[in-house]
Design a protein around this ligand. Structure first.
Ligand code: BGC
Length: 749
């Protein structure tokens, strides 16, 4: 990479040559617009479909005639610095040529894209992948995503999302690493390393734009885009560290969140974007607004109009305007009228140019070719990695003893799972066959035909199965009759149920996070027949968030949480069901009993009246206090025992060690978790906080001493001003295979 000083000198030289319009142009990110087939705006057209003025068919017909406008004249005039949503090499290179060869200063474009969990080779949704608790894996899938996306012309991904999400109603829990701040930070840092590699000038390096800064996951009531109001201490302790971890890992871009924090929208939040991000954390990359977020400051009620919004957001530190046109329309006149200092504009332009120089886009504006693109996608190695990631993401939630008569699987422990290689499956539920659903939310570069469903995988593997999808029923038989029919030819029932991909992700909050009535009815019917005939019912769940499903947890014979696993969904699920792989995933998000418990998370504070048997304690009348599945929970085909927890004081903190033993009959991996509680602080502290985790392989009968270092810098918390303090006193250390079932030791710091 060019030397830092050289870059700064080049930036100054360029700035000196730029007109105000060209400067504003660098801040402008636009997407291709759709034109030609309709006379109203695209947004209006969408509204027309949603409010019934036109049918979905009519909408599709109009869309099919639409052309894309790439605003080529604006590129030529130097009025565009970046595009969002261009994911093919030919278009990327064609537009880049205009920017480089036909503009006055030849400044290259930078292309951003939502590469959230894979580009063409879609890997599991982030929430799923976080359940692997494996930074090395997160980095490898990040690298794969970058190799494919950069081949398609992408320079920057709007990822990772490291919004700590404790409220399962929020649809975007699917896009991050769950409810814990340490895991989100580790996950994000690994992704940054994977996306960017160690040399930004390489053609396969993809700059990471960390989002959504900050605390978007704490939106009130789990409703997307909603306000966030919280104490600064909570913000510092529980939300900001995950973004900071990504900045420390070298992320070159940051996206301010849609929400406000304590009354100031993040896009207009100078404290957040300048004081915290730049001054405290030393960030010198670029910031990119969220889509249309600058203009939305008017809706927030903090700006009088778009012009005012442009002034406030630029001053607050938002460098690039994603698609709201506020900067390009108003910044020049704001500077000319003296309402905005040119130095503020120059700083924003410099941040963007810095990243373009760091990526060497001036010298190598065309970082891909159509040939490279054609070779890069969906290789055998990529599919193998997607399958590995999917297997490691799955969480075995329940596995009862096998009924007599069930062919024995290879674990030798007489449980329902894993299934015997020749077990015959009775498969039920639309999601077992629906390839397009396997990607989950935010898979923009995906092609549904690349995905392998459970049925595809059964065919590929030669599994004997019968399938009932509910739709194909020419004789009009009742579901139960058809189940009976299928039962004759199957040993075990698979109920494939859960959420469609549209039911999580952006703008997909749910007030009730229960299973669908139709899914519950299906499982009831299966259980009725299954009980009578000795066929266990295994629920395979596809979902992008925790579900409140106490009935299923109680009734199903086995439950595999598969999340939305990506292109290799079917093969990975069969790997786990048939025991080629031993499940090792652990939940990174709590599964509550009822939607009304949200937000529910393990690292909560205590009250003066912790929930207990007596009436006047902190609890609900109609719901147990405990979750159905706690944070960190997940079963294996083997079993693990924990003993001899020891905590020693070191010069500066604690050394923790514990013996973990594989007490079952097959090899497995265990995710050992270490939690801490500060017993009496000057401020109320969480009942448990994750401070370390290790994933270890153990052969049957093998035991290992697992160690954790807890330096005092990991044991403190933040003051209101953002100063980190470590207080001496008593700590409790907990170690176990989930956040509930732990060994405990007390120690004084
Ligand atoms: C989302 C961002 C995304 C952006 C660009 C927004 O609606 O909030 O996460 O990166 O769109 O597509």
């Amino acid at each position: 990479m060019m030397e830092k000083n050289a870059i700064e000198r080049k930036i100054r030289e360029l700035l000196a040559k730029m007109t105000l319009e060209e400067k504003a142009g660098q801040l402008q990110q636009c997407g291709p617009s759709l034109v030609g087939a309709f006379e109203v705006s695209f947004e209006e057209l969408l509204d027309m479909m949603f409010d019934g003025r036109i049918s979905k068919e009519e909408f599709d017909r109009l869309m099919s005639g639409a052309k894309q406008d790439f605003h080529e004249d604006d590129i030529r005039a130097g009025r565009i610095g970046s595009f969002n949503g261009i994911g093919d090499a030919a278009t990327a290179n064609r537009l880049q040529k205009i920017a480089v060869e036909e503009t006055r200063l030849g400044i290259p474009l930078i292309y951003g894209y939502d590469v959230i969990h894979g580009f063409r080779t879609v890997t599991p949704i982030p929430l799923a992948e976080s359940c692997a608790w494996e930074p090395g894996l997160w980095e490898r899938t990040g690298r794969l995503a970058a190799e494919e996306a950069t081949a398609a012309g992408v320079h920057m991904t709007f990822a990772p999302m490291v919004d700590v999400a404790k409220d399962a109603r929020w649809g975007r829990v699917s896009e991050g690493a769950g409810e814990d701040v340490l895991l989100n930070g580790d996950y994000g840092a690994a992704k940054v390393r994977g996306f960017q590699g160690d040399d930004l000038t390489r053609e396969d390096a993809m700059a990471a734009c960390v989002k959504h800064f900050a605390a978007y996951g704490a939106c009130e009531a789990g409703r997307d885009y909603n306000r966030v109001d919280m104490s600064l201490q909570k913000l510092w302790d529980e939300y900001l560290p995950s973004y900071k971890a990504c900045i420390e890992a070298g992320a070159r871009a940051v996206m301010p969140a849609f929400n406000d924090i304590n009354g100031v929208p993040c896009s207009a939040n100078e404290w957040l974007l300048r004081d915290v991000l730049r001054k405290d954390w030393g960030f010198d990359g670029m910031t990119v607004s969220d889509a249309n977020a600058i203009a939305e400051c008017v809706n927030h009620g903090i700006a009088a109009d778009k012009r005012d919004a442009a002034r406030q957001c630029l001053r607050a530190g938002v460098d690039m305007d994603m698609t709201s046109n506020s900067y390009i329309e108003h910044v020049q006149e704001l500077v000319e009228s003296g309402e905005l200092e040119e130095s503020v504009l120059d700083e924003a332009v410099a941040d963007i140019l810095r990243v373009k120089f760091e990526m060497d886009l001036f010298e190598h504006p065309y970082r891909t070719s159509e040939e490279r693109e054609a070779d890069a996608m969906l290789t055998q190695e990529a599919r193998a990695l997607a399958r590995e990631a999917a297997v490691k993401s799955m969480v075995l939630l329940k596995n009862e003893d096998a009924p007599s008569g069930l062919p024995e699987g290879n674990s030798g422990n007489k449980k329902i799972l894993p299934l015997a290689p020749d077990a015959r499956l009775g498969i039920f539920g639309r999601l077992a066959a629906d390839r397009g659903q396997m990607t989950g939310a935010w898979a923009v570069g995906a092609n549904p035909d690349d995905c392998l469903s459970i049925l595809d995988a059964c065919r590929e593997r030669g599994i004997s199965y019968r399938y009932l999808d509910g739709a194909d029923n020419p004789e009009g038989l009742s579901t139960k009759k058809r189940i009976l029919e299928i039962a004759e030819e199957s040993d075990v029932f698979l109920a494939v149920i859960g959420e469609d991909k549209e039911e999580s992700g952006e703008a997909a909050s749910r007030a009730s996070i229960t299973l669908k009535d139709s899914d519950i009815q299906l499982v009831k019917d299966l259980l009725e027949v299954g009980k009578a005939q000795g066929k266990p019912v295994v629920a395979v769940l596809f979902n992008g968030r925790p579900l409140a499903m106490p009935w299923l947890a109680e009734s199903a014979d086995a439950i595999l949480e598969a999340w939305h696993p990506g292109v290799e969904a079917g093969p990975a699920i069969l790997d786990v069901l048939f025991g080629d792989a031993n499940p090792s995933g652990k939940l990174t998000t709590t599964f509550p009993y009822a939607s009304g418990q949200c937000p529910m998370y393990y690292a909560h504070m205590n009250t003066g009246r912790p929930g207990g048997k007596s009436k006047f304690t902190s609890k609900y009348l109609d719901t147990p206090l405990e979750p159905v599945y706690p944070f960190g929970f997940g079963l294996s085909y083997t079993t693990f025992a924990y003993e001899n927890l020891s905590v020693e004081k070191t010069e500066d903190g604690f050394h923790v060690s514990v013996t973990v033993k594989n007490t079952g009959s097959r090899a497995g991996e265990e995710i050992v978790q270490c939690y801490v509680q500060d017993v009496a602080g000057s401020r109320v502290r969480p009942v448990k906080e994750l401070k370390g985790y290790k994933k270890i392989p153990l052969a049957p009968g093998e035991e290992r001493r697992v160690e954790f270092e807890l330096p005092s810098e990991k044991l403190g918390f933040y003051s209101r001003e953002g100063t980190y303090v470590v207080e001496p006193g008593e700590f409790r250390i907990y170690v176990g295979g989930n956040s509930r079932d732990v060994l405990e030791a007390g120690v004084i710091l």
